[in-house]
Ligand binder design. Structure first.
Ligand SMILES: Nc1ncnc2c1ncn2[C@@H]1O[C@H](C[S@+](CC[C@H]([NH3+])C(=O)[O-])CC(=O)[O-])[C@@H](O)[C@H]1O
Ligand SMILES: O=C(O)C(=O)Cc1ccccc1
Length: 247
């Protein structure tokens, strides 16, 4: 039986497929959509929690940029043991922020959490020991990405950690097509039809622009990050850790 939180957004033919937006309809089905669409999503969320236990420093701020419904924020709130830390989640979708605030309020935790509706390109980042960009940078205009990564680097304390997860475009066309095919197989195995896969792909075409792993590494290094390492990849989805050197 299908529950009403099942993602059926692209299950019927759309006469014209509109650009994908994080609106109220997407919010309703988002947990189902992301777990059936992003291979390794739950592993990445769990690992962000584990990393927060290791790297969040006392008296510091943790940022979850493009927090959606707060999955990473909640994983970190459960795991952080540092004292006087706080988590700030930011998303520019009003619908996401409202639902995220409900999720945060539904659970208790020792680390305070604040969720704001804002564009991450415009927010101040300071005194951060850990910053999460979990599948958000891919929605930022390409020519704005370096400035955002530079700002993140500047806002980190020495020894601070950035976790960057992204869908990528492989530099080699043959491998790129293979990874896209394997991702579509993953979606089929999770119950999405050919129509759903094709319409979602069209909807994302103008709004999600994946970079290559090499582009990400170069951008992070240019900003000043050290020990830039990929710790996860499944098909065309990967996650990177990058550090600001100690003083
Ligand atoms: N400029 C922007 N400013 C703020 N938010 C933005 C911006 N652009 C996009 N967003 C927000 O970034 C989120 C991307 S989803 C992140 C999943 C989450 N991190 C998770 O761990 O579950 C990834 C995905 O759906 O593929 C959406 O909520 C957008 O509204
Ligand atoms: O569905 C896809 O093809 C994706 O790339 C992942 C995704 C998941 C949720 C919203 C937008 C994109």
């Amino acid at each position: 039986m299908q529950k009403n939180d099942t993602d059926l957004i692209y299950s019927n033919p759309h006469s014209q497929v509109k650009d994908f937006t994080f609106d109220a309809q997407v919010v309703e089905v988002f947990p189902d959509m992301i777990s059936r669409s992003v291979p390794g999503y739950n592993t990445i969320i769990d690992t962000i929690g584990r990393l927060s236990q290791k790297y969040v420093q006392d008296n510091s701020t943790v940022y979850d940029l493009g927090c959606s419904l707060g999955a990473a924020t909640l994983a970190m709130r459960r795991a952080i043991t540092a004292s006087d830390a706080k988590i700030i989640g930011i998303d520019n979708s009003q619908a996401m922020v409202e639902r995220c605030q409900m999720h945060v309020a539904a659970f208790k935790g020792n680390t305070p959490v604040e969720i704001f509706n804002d564009n991450i390109e415009n927010v101040d980042i300071k005194n951060a020991s850990m910053i999460v960009l979990n599948f958000t940078l891919q929605f930022i205009e390409n020519d704005k990405r370096q400035a955002l990564i530079n700002k993140i680097y500047q806002g980190l304390k020495p020894g601070g950690l950035l976790v960057l997860s992204e869908k990528i475009a492989h530099q080699n066309d043959q491998t790129n097509e293979l990874l896209i095919d394997l991702h579509h197989d993953f979606k089929r195995a999770n119950g999405y039809s050919e129509l759903e896969i094709a319409q979602k792909r069209t909807a994302l075409e103008n709004v999600m622009r994946p970079d290559s792993l090499e582009d990400h590494v170069e951008r992070l290094s240019k900003a000043g990050f050290i020990n830039v390492s990929q710790w996860f990849q499944c098909f065309n989805f990967l996650s990177i850790v990058a550090f600001k050197g100690a003083k």
